[in-house]
Write a protein that binds this ligand. Sequence first.
Ligand code: PLP
Length: 427
Amino acid sequence: MSLTLTKSRALLARAEHLLPAGVNSPVRAFRSVGGDPPFIASGQGAWLQDVDGNRYVDYVLSWGPALLGHAHPEVVEAVRDAAGRGMSFGAPTGAEVEIAEAMQRFFPSLEMMRFVSSGTEACMAALRLARGATGRDTFVKFEGCYHGHADSFLVKAGSGLATFGIPDSAGVPAELAKHTLTLPYNDAAGLHALMAREGHRIAAVIVEPVTGNMGVALPSAEFRVALDAVRQHGALLILDEVMTGFRVSRGGAQQYYGMTPDLTCLAKVAGGGLPLGVYGGRAELMRHVAPLGPVYQAGTLSGNPLATAAGLATLRLLDAPGFFDRVDAATEALCVGIEDLARKAGVQVTVPRVGSMFTVFFGEHTVTNFEDAKRCDMGRFGRFHRALLEAGVYFPASGYEACFVSGAHGPAEIEHTLKAMEVALTR
Ligand SMILES: *Cc1c(COP(=O)(O)O)cnc(C)c1O
């Protein structure tokens, strides 16, 4: 055990008096992998440095946003420049127009959009809009998909068949959760059957077009057809691309798979590390949003000048020729390297990947839904996670998460990572 975490542990002890488990978002507490979390002092490119001076190649990247790596000089400069001109006005700015135009170039399905401050807000608002526009309360989500922490989304299924939602979190009224129907991810037949039976009262079907929040699972062709078909029943298709936007391809999963959503949710990469979310889609639907229409949604810091500056600078850099090809190729090289090392070490892994996201699952089977993900060896993942940390690689502190590669992960970082993997996998 080479890792010294003295200062991190001292901070954690202080934090635990003040913050639940010492953190501001549950997974950061490392409860599912064991050990104590390093407290981060700084990030530069693909690297993190903790308060004890340990350095790690980062595959969490703030859970997605840092597609350019940390502290990209042009993004830092844009934020600095914006900050000097005032941090928030609660009034329209030119930067909001510019970033909306840029977003639309990446996601042509965003005929009209609104900016919010998180993925949670984007999903919450998209659902309210779908309900308001269709006059229906019920909606469908898929087990293992995460759409932020708004009440209606914190629901999972009790069985393989569609069930009325049982809240996944204390504090969610059963009266509300009953409007959330759930199905297994990739259950095309189940979705067709559910829509045939209940379609007339379903406002929307919301989905992660590639899952990240149960680990990476890809949508089958039949599943994508079933998703597209929900419109025949007057329901809306909401693609939650908060994670997959700019990750799976330049234009997200909708570009990669040729899907046409009614509404799209974005955040994470969109704000380049500052709080920025977006929801949008067909103009006719977006005209239901206040003050044009009766669906209320607002935000003191929405379209905030720092967030729009960071977002715009990020989108500009993503337009560099070949950016996505390079980061996708680095991801592919890394994943192939992991599979080779695992084979040599006699460890069963599957490493599903698309664009610059991937998951290392400890199991032989293909993960197509949450049940498959739960059959992977999470005890083994925990030991793997700790061994990587000691070898200078920062992986998500849960086996049910996606890992991310950034434009700053070059050959040296990949090589460092594969060396660490070799140690971790043979252990
Ligand atoms: C992260 C995430 C969210 C929530 O976004 P926050 O900015 O954390 O509120 C919603 N949907 C998906 C698919 C996500 O990955």
